[in-house]
Design a protein around this ligand. Sequence first.
Ligand code: PEP
Ligand code: MN
Length: 344
Amino acid sequence: MIISMRQHATKQEIDYVCERIREFGYKVHSIEGEERVVIGVIGVGDVTACLESLEATPGVERAMRISAPYKFVSKEFKQESTRIRVNGSEIGGDEFVVMAGPCSVENEKQILETAEAVAAAGAKVLRGGAFKPRTSPYDFQGLALEGLKLLAKAREATGLAIVTEVMSEGDADLVAEYADIMQVGARNMQNFALLKALGKCRRPVLLKRGMSSTIKELLMSAEYITAHGNPNVILCERGIRTFETATRNTCDIAAVPVLRELTHLPVILDPSHATGKRSLVPALCRAAVAIGADGLIVEVHPRPEKAMSDGAQSLRNEQFATMMQDLEPYIRLWKESRVAAAAV
Ligand code: PEP
Ligand code: MN
């Protein structure tokens, strides 16, 4: 159950509702939003009696039964799509938002060249890892603070927002000083200490699906962030591990419409990690638009042959520009269908 309090409910009213919930044998998890307090009711008990009683309690606006194990991120909790404003763009609304940039921030020239190219081609957010989760401890681990500073420089030069990965709870404050969106990588999707820390963070979070995670597990991880106070989560399908070896991962294309049915959170697609192969990226970008994703996150590098990570799946700057142009007619149709859906 979720209990949504009225906008100006008093502290006594809120405390009384919490007391009543406990009397019914449940645990309380309340979130103080900007506008109102929302109380999650957790546990097993007499749902109908509790709902009826709370609906009639002063200060309560709405009491809802939510059957999914994830509450705050479910469509049952909130029908309208969550729109996340970042630097003048709105993710989850009527805009198809493209994030692009290199896998890793390598040096000033590389990040500035890429930032200028992707901005000119229509991207709104610059990606680039400063903290890199690498399979081998001997591989390039990222420039850390220096990388964050270079991203800030690229933002200043181009006006692009920045999305970059945060790998540990201890780095959350530092990364939040530089990033507009905090990325949680596939390998950290169930790093619960990190998810809790991001719940306290004032920045939106881009949560990537773990490579062996189910959609339910992805939503439960998003629930960690929202239940700890941060409602601005963007979900990202980036391919999962299967028996197939022709691609780096198997892109679960159906995950996008499935998620759009289950949650109000925005959903984007990462065609680069999903395929591992530059030549396959444009086709998956078209697919993402066609299935109603809210945007893309694409790896782009000015000289992929020299990239310190993920060169094989990175588009060259010019290839990204061409891909964006080719995507235009699809995005036009996407916008029409979004506007039509909003009008219903
Ligand atoms: C990345 O975005 O460069 C990355 C490491 O992605 P993922 O966590 O999806 O593997
Ligand atoms: Mn990468």
